[in-house]
Structures are given as structure tokens and as C-alpha cells.
Design a binder for this molecule. Sequence first.
Ligand code: FEO
Ligand code: CA
Ligand code: CA
Ligand code: CA
Length: 659
Amino acid sequence: SDEPAARTLRLGFTAVDKNQNDLVTVPAGYQVAILHALGDPQHFGDASWAGDGSESADSYNRRIGDGHDGMHFFGLSETGSYQAERSDRGLLCVNHEYVVAPYGLHPSGMTAGAVRVASEVDKEIAAHGVSVVEVRRGSSGNAVSMVRGSRFNRRITSATLMAFGGPVRGSDLVKTADSPAGTHTRGTNNNCANGYTPWGTYLTCEENYLNVISRAAGDNALRSAKEVSGLNRYGLPQNRVSPYRWDTVSSSDARYARFSSSVTAASADLDYRNTINTFGWVVEIDPFQPDSVPVKRSALGRFNHEGAWPAPAVVGQPIVIYSGDDARNEYIYKYVSNATWRASDVNGGLAAGARYLDDGKLYVAKFNADGSGQWVELSFGVNGLDASNALYPFADQADVLVHCRLAADSVGATKMDRPEWGAVHPNNGEVYMTLTNNNASNRVAPTATPTGRQARPDAANPRFYNDGEGNTGNPNGHIIRWKETGATSFSWDIYLFGAENDAAADVNLSGLTAANDFSSPDGLCFDPRGLLWIQTDDGAYTDVTNCMMLAALPGRVGDGGPATAVGGTATIKGANATTDTLRRFLVGPKDCEITGFAITPDGKTMFVNVQHPGEGSANLGAGLISHWPASQTDAASTARPRSATVVITRSDGGEIGLA
Ligand code: FEO
Ligand code: CA
Ligand code: CA
Ligand code: CA
């Protein structure tokens, strides 16, 4: 065999019961500590988080941001370079996806009114983005703590200078007042999941950037029909006010005006009509060079990038990165570099990034009913992607990449049930991706006539049912997987279907039990040993349990036995799970999402993010649902909840998850 010999793995912990406690619950024999939470200072010049919203906006350029999400641990050598095998010292990069402003940042929530308060918006801009912190193990045990004041500690925010790399650099489509040449932009926003490269850089992915982008009334009349169709396909109709309304602070101050993608500027230095096109990218950050300018890698396409998941690098082979567009009925993508991997590029930083990530081909996935699939190339001049395209006349490769949803529409890619995270098996290269859920407005009944971008159930997205609690479509989600069978072909099956364990057999298709039932899979990560970690972001099961993380030994593509889905679709393949192959490891605090996973190379220190605990709270004070993380050690705490990274270790110092 040409595969590396895999260890025989066996799950070795007692399943955690579903619960609604305001705690992170882990199996007996494991310990939980908080690494950092919203507002913690990275350096010594700023005071500790006060818990009352009194911190200045400026101080958030040096504090941990909000909405912890995707992350990665990079081993740090004594000379400050990337040392992949090191576990006791490293740099932890964490995404700060969005702000839960009423409960964490401001003295008394967001101030009401049509015009936002500048100081609040300044704080929100700084609390988004990414944090980099140095972490180290102490003198006992495998837990790590943040090294306050480390020269590597850094915040990247929604105001940080960024460069463009790849075919979109210099394109008219990304020219703004921040960079009339279209080579740079400012800020990264709504950074959801992530990736990492074998040369030691972090990839952060821009997902729900429409949270902060508005477009003026009457804007369509000032644009071409082609521009309007592109904006509409990306969810930005005219006369649209963004949820965070940052642009309302001022139309004459570029710091705020840049969040309205409108042709209304009084002068060129306020022209941000293209600001929308500067978001939705994979952004590469070199955590080992704190002064480096992050680069938006345009060759990987623009959409609601959940994350960017690399296949293991092989010397002499291309770099391969998988991505999902997290919106209902959107697509799965694959990027393949033109350059082939050479190990001498480890520690090559952003120059190595340019070599592998600025020059390559982007593909979109088509899943066939017979279990085969194709990667369809999205290159200008190929597959009808040119000026004669009936759906959208493409001008060049930059246009294809900025509007790759339209390119994917035009080649007939398969509409999926919201692609969230992907993960590539470290030993056999098979790829897994969560399809978190879908609803009946988008995945319509098998007998319905789809309109617009609606789709009926199909082999890869086979479920349409009502869970008896008001959710119809595919409310519990599933996990699909595939293996590459050629340069542009793959075979696939469905690994696992989410369900409540007491659901009917035609809904609980994987035979889940009380020890491993879950709903709405979202986060997904293989650790280096080959354990698969599944995290949930659920609305359909939170009446019974808080969101969770499970450990799995998933087998191989083709293991899935036949199962018959409800809703009249054909027999489909889907694996059964047992408590030997799938087991609940962690349950989070109230009203949170469990998202973001990292582990040290020795498998002994695990990082998990708790995002937006208490998000559904009615108000501050008595209206707060959660007081986590303070509640982890003080059941009587009345503190504000905040997003945080937890560090999990085994009390006996052993490897996490295994027998
Ligand atoms: Fe930010 Fe798709 O989750
Ligand atoms: Ca997610
Ligand atoms: Ca989600
Ligand atoms: Ca969430």
C-alpha cells in the first residue's frame, strides 16, 4: 500500500450526557481551563477586562476579540520560527467572527437609533478579525496559558491594511478609495472557519460579511445590468441596510463610509462602490512575522467562505485546498495549485503563499446519483465562462473569481444543504464536509416544482422531513465524504446523518443513540492521529441539549450501508454509527455554539472555542441566560457571558480521546 500505516485507534472515554447546564462538560478524567476570553488584554499596558463594557475602543486593538471561531496551533521554535512537531510552545491563531454587542462590549448594549454611535462602532470594528497569541505549557501538566506581552501577540481587525494576491489584484472590481490601484484593502470581517498551510501560515475565511455592508437606495440606476446581477446574486440588493449599520456613523468619514457599497460618493476619496468585492476571501496571515501585511488570496474564489481545508502536502504534488460556501443551496469548491510542493518552503511565509495560492485552478463539485462526482473547472474561457455566457458575461479570470457563485451556477454545480466545515483524513486523504441543515424554502418537497434557486432533494442532499417541532427540510443535517479517483473525479457517500435518538428510523438513519445523537453538524476536524471531531451549531435540538462536540472513527468512503430516506427519494448510502465509532465528548454552556478546534501534535492539549454563550439573552443583568465562563467555577456568578477558548487536558497526562 502507498498509504502510511495508521495506528489502531480506540475511543477511550465515557460519553458525556446531553445537558443544558451553564458549563463546559467533559468526560471524567479530563480538565477544562480558560485560555482567553473576549476583552482579555494581550499586553501589559491595558487593564483586565472589567465586565461592564468600560474598555476603550482603541484598547480592543490589543485585546482578545469576540465570537471565537476557527483556530489553529502552530509549534514555535526557540528562534521564533514554525516548528511543526512542537507541542509545549506555540502560536494560537483564533478567528473573532462577530460581536455579540449587547452582552459583552458596550456599557448597556447597542445604543438605539438610526445612526450608530461612533465609539461603539469603533469598538466593534476592533473586536472583529483574528487574534494571534503565544501559548506555553507550565511546569506541571499539559495545559497551556497565554504569554501576556509576547512579541508575537497581535490583533488583526476590520481596519487592518491587507493586500490582494492572485488574479483579482489590480482588477477594477476591487478598486476603492483605500486603494485606487486595486492592490490593497482594509480589514477582514466575519472570519468563520480557517485553514493552515504546510509552510506555517494561517488561513482565515470571510463568511457573513453582509453583516456590515449596506447599499444605498437608487444605486441600481447608477450601475450596469451586469453589475446589478452580480450584487443581487451575492445578497446585496439596493436600499439594503446592514445589520450592524456601521456605515450610518458618517458618509463623509472613510472609516465608516467604506461599509456602504454604493455609487454615491461625493469625491473619489470616498468612492467605495466596490467595497463588497473586497470581502468573501481566504486571507493568509503569517503569525511568525507580526508586522507582515495579510494577503487576500483571490485565486480561491469569493463567496461565504466557511473555511479552507488543506489536503496533506506531498512533495512533488500540488497544494490542494477544499472550501464550502455556507449558505443554503450553495456549493463545494476545490483549489489546486500549479506549483508543486517542495519541503524547502517550510517557513517561507507569505512569499511561499504567493507561490502556491496565487496561481492555480478553482473547481466546483457536481455530485451524481450513482455515487460518482466531478470537479468542474472555473477558469475564464473554459466551460462557457466567457463574455458569451448567457447567465453572466464574464470579462476575465478576476470576474470569474469575484463572481464564482455565478460561474458555479452556469456549469450546473450541485446545490448543497449549507456546506460548513471540511476535514481531510491525515492518512488516507478522504475528505469530509458537514452539511449543517436546510429548510423547506430552499430544499423543497420532492413533489414540488422548484423556483429560482430552490432544489428538490437529490442523492447528496437526500432528506426532506418534518421533525415534529416545526422544522421542515433537512433540519438535523448530515456529513458527506468523498475520495479523489482522478484529476477531476471522485466517489462519495454519506458518512453520517444528524438526528435525535428517539426520532423515527427513517429520520435517524445512522442509528444514533443517547450517547452520540446530535443535530446540525458544523465544526469538523481530523486530529493528526485520525480521530474526527464533530461540533454542532444547532437550533433544532437546543430544547433538549446545549451544543456539543463528538469524537468519531469514521471508516472509509463506501462503508455506508444502504438506507432509505424519507420524502420519496431513492435509496442512499449512509454509515451506521455505534458508540465504538461515535461518542459525545463535550457539551457547551447555555445558548452557545461549539466551534473551532486545535490540538498539539502530541495529542495532549486540545483547544475548543465556545462562541456566543447566552446569545439569546433578553438583556443585561437579570435578562442574561448565561454567565459562562465565570459560571464554570462560580455557580452563583452574575457576570456577563463571553466567547472564549477552552484548554482541555487529561488529568493523567495522556492522549486525549483514546483508550
Ligand atoms: Fe460562521 Fe457557517 O458558520
Ligand atoms: Ca460555522
Ligand atoms: Ca453554523
Ligand atoms: Ca452561531
